[in-house]
Design a binder for this molecule. Structure first.
Ligand code: MSK
Length: 661
């Protein structure tokens, strides 16, 4: 499945390589060396191990083609896959559920420190949910929105409300296939039931329900998480920041927030920026308090508050290794248990905060939104108290400028201002061939492949071939660390794409947010499909989804809901259903016949690029668009580039974004 790696290619990020040398010199373990020491089980890796009952585990390899109960390889692989989707959908959706609880508490005046930061979005969501707004107080509307959102999780019959946002054609297709999600929890529970020993034993039937469960995530839990976050914390607008371990500071209290949820981290930002906390930090000899992020908690506060990311998934241990982190505050998801052990070798305090997630060896300070600011201040104070205990430090001097935080609302706005906001300019650019197509590059790092290599190479090749790229999750952090989230990256884009980016004022690689914000990609794709000129549904679009370095179940759920929405999705690393040719075919050609999208696992990033471009060109041809011609466009705006690249970043941003930053 995954490629065997030499130590020299553990990462293409020089900051990571620098820290890994230090880890090695100190004899400290990280995921990078553990991935070399702990060999993956080849049977489980390929989806051929069944361990859902105690007659097993049954390993379906060689001449063993059935388990003790008679389950076939295809049934076993399909069950394993469906359970991954259910696990991923649960994680995103529980995140969304908690935001509904926060919104309700806030509306009742019980959530200390929170306020509605985007009332426009509240009105928009309320109208969408058929909640009356006229003559009502914001908090009354917010209470109804939160309650309605919460109902989506426990709903037993009917359709979750957000499927109405899909194209009419797509909604119809889901209904005909019987895969429209009824309620988030219902679909997840049904997956676990169907994949229990001796229930649903038809691989295709199991996978149909995996599609339904994934839709409950993408068009349910995740989309709600995004919308409710925008209401509570603000809808992102582009802003400037920096990325990589070099954002840590030698002379300030460094606090890292890590995980996925914005609820506590947003309050940590408020606490860390409060004058009393800054004064307290100074009293301990620090010049101030420096916040940074890891994983998707980082994306949440990057795109709304400009807090710099210290890195992606595989950077979490490397941040502790700098010796400069006073506290690492974690919530849920993607948090390595190894952090607790590693932190003991430094002064870093690992603090768990979610009632759902404890780590042996970590300090647990439970977060409760009813006393959010008090909890945040207590945590920040604890980090400050830890500053005098700091020993020797080693912070790599590597950081890159980033422009982040493009919500789909802002992309609309950029393409026509307040009065004519639309996706018309982008659609026209694709129709004309200036932009060849679009790609979403998303997902994690995986210690079994070279960190950032797949992500960065794919992004580079796509923009050079005039494909507009949007990024989320740890792929967004990889793009940021390697300088791809800056306007100057236009210089590496194909001439047509560069021209469009200059005209609209977007970089060729657009930061769209966190993992739950992959729902923003669904919204963008749907809007492109309904705008006109590019077919009638998402599967007509010259667009692809790519997850080059996936690591967790959430990525599988995301990939599956994108396929169910009509996208061609390519994953790197290796296939979790490789052992079964039947399941491999069912999720690719089989799903393409059903829903227009397909899922493929391809280890080589070059082949991912090749298949992506081939697919985009095939869709262009099916739409009757002119064949893509590199070099045909791009002369009208090129004159600005040399001049722009001479300018300091601040002035470049001003020239590209003007007053809209
Ligand atoms: S954080 S799910 S490693 S993208 Fe969203 Fe990164 Fe993957 Fe976690």
């Amino acid at each position: 499945m995954a490629q065997e790696k030499e130590k020299a290619v553990r990462s293409i990020d020089p900051a990571a390589c620098e820290m890994l040398e230090i880890a090695e010199a100190c004899g400290l373990s990280t995921a990078f060396n553990r991935a070399e020491e702990v060999k993956p089980c080849p049977i489980g890796q390929d989806g051929a191990c069944c361990k859902i009952c105690s007659m097993g585990p049954c390993r379906l390899v060689g001449k063993t083609t059935r388990g003790v109960c008679g389950a076939t390889l295809a049934t076993v692989a399909a069950r394993n896959f469906a359970r991954m989707v259910a696990g991923g959908a649960s994680a995103h959706s529980d995140h969304g559920r908690d935001l509904a609880f926060t919104l309700i508490a806030m509306a009742k005046g019980e959530a200390q420190g929170y306020e509605i930061r985007d009332p426009m979005k509240l009105y928009e969501v309320a109208r969408f949910m058929d909640i009356p707004t006229e003559g009502r107080e914001l908090n009354e509307i917010a209470l109804d929105v939160g309650t309605k959102a919460l109902e989506q999780f426990g709903q037993q019959r009917g359709e979750i409300i957000y499927v109405r946002r899909a194209t009419k054609k797509r909604q119809q297709r889901w209904r005909e296939l019987g895969i429209t999600p009824r309620g988030v929890d219902r679909e997840v529970v049904e997956t676990l039931h169907r994949t229990h020993e001796g229930v649903d034993l038809d691989p295709e039937h199991i996978l149909d329900h995996a599609l339904r469960t994934s839709l409950a995530d993408g068009w349910g839990g995740s989309m709600l998480a995004t919308d409710l976050s925008d209401i509570i914390f603000g809808t992102p607008n582009p802003l400037q920041s920096e990325a990589n371990l070099g954002v840590l500071k030698e002379d300030e209290v460094n606090i890292i927030v890590h995980g996925h949820e914005p609820t506590l981290s947003d309050m940590i930002v408020v606490a860390a920026q409060s004058p009393d906390m800054i004064e307290y930090a100074r009293s301990k000899g620090a010049k101030g308090i420096n916040l940074a992020g890891i994983c998707c908690t980082s994306n949440e506060i990057l795109m709304r508050r400009g807090i710099p990311p210290a890195g992606n998934f595989l950077h979490q241990e490397l941040a502790v290794l700098t010796g400069a982190v006073e506290a690492m505050i974690v919530d849920v998801q993607c948090i390595m248990q190894a952090l607790a052990e590693l932190s003991k070798d430094f002064h870093t305090e690992l603090i768990t905060t979610s009632p759902k997630a404890k780590i042996p060896g970590a300090v647990h300070i439970e977060f409760d939104e009813h006393r959010a600011l008090d909890t945040a201040k207590a945590i920040v104070r604890r980090a400050i108290d830890n500053y005098p205990r700091r020993g020797e430090t080693h912070i790599p001097r590597l950081r890159s400028d980033v422009v982040a935080g493009f919500s789909h609302e802002y992309l609309n706005y950029m393409q026509g201002g307040l009065s004519r906001a639309s996706f018309r300019p982008l659609n026209d650019a694709i129709i004309a061939g200036r932009v060849r197509g679009a790609a979403g590059v998303v997902g994690c790092n995986n210690a079994r492949v070279t960190q950032d290599e797949g992500i960065v190479n794919i992004v580079r090749e796509l923009i050079a071939n005039d494909v507009l790229v949007v990024v989320t999750g740890c792929a967004a952090h990889a793009s940021g660390k390697h300088g791809y989230l800056t306007p100057e990256m236009m210089a590496n884009a194909g001439a047509g794409l560069r021209e469009v980016c200059e005209a609209v004022g977007i970089p060729p690689v657009v930061h769209l947010g966190s993992c739950v914000d992959n729902s923003r990609i669904l919204t963008v794709l749907t809007q492109m499909a309904t705008e006109g000129g590019l077919g009638e549904d998402v599967d007509d679009l010259p667009a692809v989804g790519i997850c080059p370095e996936y690591m967790c179940e959430k990525a599988i759920a995301i990939g599956t809901y994108c396929v169910a929405t009509g996208a061609y999705v390519l994953f790197g690393v290796g296939s979790p259903v490789k052992a079964s040719e039947e399941v491999t075919r069912l999720i690719s050609e089989g799903w393409e016949e059903k829903v227009g999208g397909k899922l493929e696992f391809v280890e080589d990033w070059r082949e991912i690029v090749r298949r992506s471009l081939e697919h985009i060109d095939k869709k262009r041809a099916a739409l009757g668009l002119a064949a893509y011609e590199p070099g045909k466009f791009g002369r009208s705006g090129d004159w600005r580039m040399p001049e722009l690249l001479e300018l300091p970043l601040e002035q470049r941003l001003e020239a590209v974004y003007g007053g809209s930053r």
